[in-house]
Design a protein around this ligand. Sequence first.
Ligand code: CU
Length: 184
Amino acid sequence: MQRTHRTRAALAVLSFLAIVALAACGDDSGTDDAATDTTAAVTTAPSTEVACDAIEITGAFVRLPPAENTAVYLELTNNGDVDTALIGASGDFAADFELHEMVAVDGVMEMTPLDPQRIDLPAGETVLLEPGGLHVMAMGLTTELAEGDMVTVDLELDGGCTITVDAPVQAVDMPTDESGDMGG
Ligand SMILES: [Cu+2]
């Protein structure tokens, strides 16, 4: 599945390049602006697809909910050569999802929504969402979750594609309080 997708993307890139090459050959009458626009449009679409395809997600899990909110943790690796970002999440087990980070407020670590809602995934790098750090907050659970249950989380990447991951519910020893008592 993955491979087919990737192959198709590669073919798309190749055919786009072929079209650009043909256009370039036939275009010697000095319409430079038009040629530049075509090239820009062509490179945008395939590279976005490649960026999403290159994201590898490992170790996803959901914290055993202590309250009506919980957090999703995972590791994202960008195996591609295009920078991208995690810009949102969704799922059917909670009403709202937000990207959160932990920050020190008067010497106490508190979680806060990222502003903007964006976790950069630079090409070739791995970004860890872990207890005490970045996490996907799931607020207003719509399902009672027990240890060992599996939930599905859709991760939205910059460029408009979504990666779906299965995450088991696990009890977590928290280094800090992320119990969701943040008034929202
Ligand atoms: Cu949070």
